[in-house]
Design a binder for this molecule. Structure first.
Ligand code: MN3
Length: 216
């Protein structure tokens, strides 16, 4: 049984960028439901995967859309929580290898910010905006619904923002760009992003979803 990992901060920790109410519903209802459906589907299947990463990749490979959508959404949300730090922690801007990689790929942090906000604001429908490491360099991409770079050979996600309406609608109504801007300026945990980049360069995927309860 996969579990809903606790948030790495208090539900009020991202306020006022993401209100306590939004975060409680997003984590406690949306994310929880994806985990619940994954467990229900696995309970009636022959599959005994050890990790949620395996569930996502195998479901994508076998074309099991319902399992894929729910497992990928469970994973994406866990990763999304890890990408943010509380407002009171402040934002430590990228430095070292990460700053260098951003400069090479996007021409600097300001250019990356402009591009990320535009990508998120222009994304049509539900999905996610990512920065991924691939072949040593950084790229930006957006995915629809539950689609995730986990299924993309050699791609390691470094950062993601959830642009499904449930992520911001209670706080920002239809103003997705305002949400993205506040999120970028006040919540991104660049230390986490730097750790992911270091992992990618060491041929690891870095952050992993917690193992199922009772896993050996
Ligand atoms: Mn969401």
């Amino acid at each position: 049984m996969f579990t809903l990992p606790p948030l790495p901060y208090k539900p009020s920790g991202l306020d006022p960028v993401i209100s306590e109410l939004t975060l409680e519903i997003h984590h406690g209802k949306h994310h929880a439901r994806y985990v619940q459906v994954v467990n229900e589907l696995l309970a009636t299947s022959e599959r005994r995967p050890k990790t949620l990463e395996d569930v996502v990749i195998e479901a994508a490979r076998s074309g099991d859309r319902k399992l894929f959508n729910n497992a990928a959404q469970a994973w994406n949300h866990g990763f999304f929580w890890a990408c943010m730090s509380p407002v009171t922690a402040g934002v430590a801007e990228p430095s070292g290898e990460l700053a260098k990689a951003i400069e090479e790929a996007f021409g600097g942090l300001q250019a990356l910010r402009d591009q990320f906000l535009a990508e998120g604001a222009n994304h049509f429908g539900s999905g996610w905006v990512w920065i991924v490491a691939k072949a040593g360099g950084l790229t930006m991409l957006s995915t629809h619904d539950g689609e995730t770079p986990l299924t993309s050979e050699g791609a390691v996600p470094l950062l993601v923002c959830d642009v499904w309406e449930h992520a911001y609608y209670l706080d920002y109504k239809n103003a997705r760009h305002a949400f993205l801007q506040a999120w970028w300026d006040l919540l991104v945990d660049w230390n986490f992003v730097a750790k992911q980049l270091a992992a990618a360069r060491a041929d690891s995927i870095g952050w992993r979803y917690p193992l199922p309860e009772g896993a050996p």
